[in-house]
Design a protein around this ligand. Structure first.
Ligand code: DQA
Length: 186
C-alpha cells in the first residue's frame, strides 16, 4: 500500500471570518476558498512527486478556542505527520499553545497571511516561532504553500520520529527525550 504524508493545516481564532474580516489586510478569500486552493496545491505536489515514497494528504481545521487548539495539537501525532499552523492572535501571547507545539514529536511550521513583522507593535513578537521548524508570512495563500513545501521537504528527509530526534540541531517541537536523551521519562 502506498504510504501517506498526512499534514494538518490548522488555523486559529478569527480566521473563520476570512473574506469579511479586514480584507485590506487579509485579502478577500474565504477560509473555505483558501483551503480549497491548498487542497489543489497538494494535488499538484503529488503529480510532481510521482516516484516518491509517500503521497501528500492535507486535512483542515480551524477553531476560535485555545483549549480546543491545544487538544488538537496534543492529539495530532496520532493522526498526522506534521502541522502547518496559523496561530492568528495566539501567535503573540499564548504560551499554552507554544508549549503544546513544543510537546509534540511532529514538526510544525508557522504561517501568516500578513507580514506580522511589518505590522509592528505587539504583532512583531511570535511566542510560537521558536518551537517551529520554520515561519512564513506576508504572502497570503503563498505563505501556506511555502509552509507546506518546507514541511514536505523536512518529512521527506526525516520521515520517522527517530530520525528527527537524531538530528538534534533541528528545533522540532522538543520532547523531553530529544533534550535529555540520557534521562528516562518519569
Ligand atoms: C495573522 C496575523 C495575526 O497577527 C492576526 O492576529 C491574525 C492573522 C495572519 O495570518 O496574518 O489573526 O496570523
Amino acid at each position: 500500500m502506498e504510504e501517506t504524508m498526512k499534514i494538518l493545516v490548522l488555523n486559529g481564532p478569527n480566521l473563520n471570518l476570512l473574506g469579511q474580516r479586514e480584507p485590506e489586510i487579509y485579502g478577500s478569500l474565504t477560509l473555505e476558498s483558501l483551503n480549497r486552493r491548498l487542497a489543489l496545491y497538494g494535488e499538484e505536489l503529488n503529480e510532481e512527486r510521482a516516484g516518491k515514497r509517500s503521497r501528500i494528504e492535507l486535512y483542515f481545521y480551524q477553531s476560535n478556542h485555545e483549549g480546543v487548539l491545544i487538544d488538537t495539537i496534543q492529539n495530532a501525532p496520532h493522526d498526522y505527520d506534521g502541522i502547518v499552523y496559523n496561530p492568528a492572535a495566539h501567535t503573540h501571547y499564548s504560551v499554552a499553545l507554544r508549549d503544546a507545539v513544543a510537546s509534540v514529536p511532529i514538526p510544525v511550521v508557522e504561517t501568516h497571511l500578513s507580514d506580522i513583522v511589518e505590522r509592528g507593535s505587539f504583532r512583531m513578537l511570535s511566542v510560537i516561532s521558536e518551537v517551529c521548524i520554520g515561519q512564513f508570512m506576508g504572502k497570503g495563500v503563498d505563505s501556506y504553500r511555502e509552509a507546506i513545501d518546507l514541511l514536505v521537504q523536512y518529512l521527506d528527509t526525516f520521515p520517522t520520529a527517530d530520525e528527527r530526534e537524531d538530528f538534534a540541531s533541528v528545533p522540532v517541537g522538543f520532547s523531553s527525550n530529544a533534550l535529555f536523551p540520557d534521562e528516562q521519562d518519569v
